[in-house]
Ligand binder design. Structure first.
Ligand SMILES: [Zn+2]
Length: 405
């Protein structure tokens, strides 16, 4: 199957070409040639982007298909237990769902985050199966090596460690010691795995940085804009060349500002949501209390990191509470521009940057030979970032998805 998209604006992952032709040949992007094509698409007034990558999600049944419907062609899962992961990997093999990379079981202290969430009634129904307390945890540095080996056996693509002393939510939690965190990072690196840390406060993030992590799964939410704390932390993160996944829409959902409701009122998004999600979108999201100023603090933290030259990745932390898989990433892109990124920089944060930081060399850009994971939208998201919501077509591995309109 050969498809030629003619005269389309192309954002290739880093830069924009106002008018070009792009050929999809089988499952790959190819240089246009003179050979016949099966389908021609007029790209006038449209923009072609690499399929979006959400750099922080938690995947359950149906999530990968929903993500793909919103142009998210790859999800980077940050915690998935074995039975669920096996199911999601099978889903990700299909052409009608997003592709998946996963941390498999994350590393936390016994009783540590997110055990307190997994004991909630809603989560108990989500095939955490054995329920909280029964997944593999790490008691001390001497267990780090075996823990990492067990993750390799699970097929983990990277290691996720949790440094969360509970201060952001006002409820102290057991947490990995600095020695254990360092031992986990060393064992993962020895095994060839990148390490991404969950931390949402300045203190916990410093512990993660001391341990030598490669990336952070959140910005911090406890640094008040006038305190200088975010600036000091950003300088440290930049000096260590650590990437940061922003999850601004996650903090927004937890803080309960209600501003994220604009996404679900946007007809371009709403029209693609299954009916049950339109009502679920109105559900209470106060299950995990965080700092009252968490959302504005998080936007400030992202702005400060961007100013310091830190590489930012767009991620939602989509999970069974909020935000929504697929749809949420379009809100994250808007929030990144409110944090000072240009629309093109925000788009890079959801395409080429996560591909680079996670070693996904076959995607995240539009270039001959790469996977034909593509998103075609009406309008110009390099000027108006919300144009990513005006989805015209999505290809996953060269397979054009059924149109919804
Ligand atoms: Zn998460």
């Amino acid at each position: 199957m050969r498809t030629l998209i003619r005269g389309v604006r192309v954002f290739d992952g880093t830069t924009t070409t106002e008018r070009a032709d792009v050929l999809i040949d089988g499952d790959r992007i190819a240089a246009p040639d003179d050979a016949p094509v099966d389908t021609e698409i007029d790209g006038t007034g449209k923009t072609l982007l690499p399929g979006l990558i959400d750099a922080h999600t938690h995947v359950f049944d149906g999530d990968l298909a929903q993500a793909l419907a919103f142009g998210v062609t790859t999800e980077l899962d940050m915690f998935c237990l074995p039975a669920n992961l096996a199911r999601q990997r099978r889903a990700a093999d299909r052409d009608d769902a997003a592709d998946l990379r996963s941390a498999a079981t994350l590393a936390t202290a016994p009783g540590g985050h997110p055990s307190q969430i997994m004991t909630s009634p809603e989560m108990r129904t989500r095939d955490f199966g054995d329920a909280a307390g029964l997944f593999d945890t790490v008691r001390g540095p001497q267990q780090a090596e075996a823990f990492v080996q067990a993750r390799l056996a699970e097929g983990a693509d990277y290691l996720k460690i949790v440094i969360d002393s509970g201060t952001a939510s006002g409820a102290p939690l057991p947490v990995l010691t600095p020695q254990t965190a360092t031992a986990l990072v060393d064992a993962a690196h020895a095994a060839g795995l990148r390490v991404i840390a969950h931390a949402v406060t300045v203190d916990d993030t410093l512990t993660a940085l001391d341990a030598g992590v490669d990336g952070l799964a959140h910005v911090v939410c406890d640094a008040a804009p006038d305190s200088g704390a975010a600036e000091d932390l950003a300088a440290r993160i930049a000096a260590q060349d650590v990437f940061v996944t922003t999850t601004l829409t996650y903090f927004e959902a937890l803080t309960g500002t209600g501003e994220d409701r604009e996404l679900l009122r946007d007809e371009r998004i709403r029209s693609r949501l299954p009916a049950h999600l339109r009502s679920a979108a109105d559900r209470d999201t106060d299950a995990i209390p965080v700092h009252a100023h968490g959302a504005p603090n998080a936007v400030h933290a992202a702005r400060t990191l961007h100013d310091a030259g830190v590489r930012l990745l767009a991620g939602t932390d989509a999970n069974p509470f909020a935000p929504l898989h697929g749809a949420g990433l379009h809100r994250e892109l808007l929030l990144l521009t409110l944090a000072g990124l240009t629309p093109a920089q925000a788009l890079a944060a959801a395409t080429s940057s996560p591909a680079d930081c996670f070693g996904l060399t076959d995607r995240g850009r539009i270039a001959p030979g790469l996977r034909a994971d593509l998103l075609l939208v009406d309008g110009d998201p390099t000027r108006d970032i919300t144009a990513t919501r005006a989805i015209a077509d999505v290809w996953r591995r060269g397979v054009r998805q059924p149109r919804r309109d």
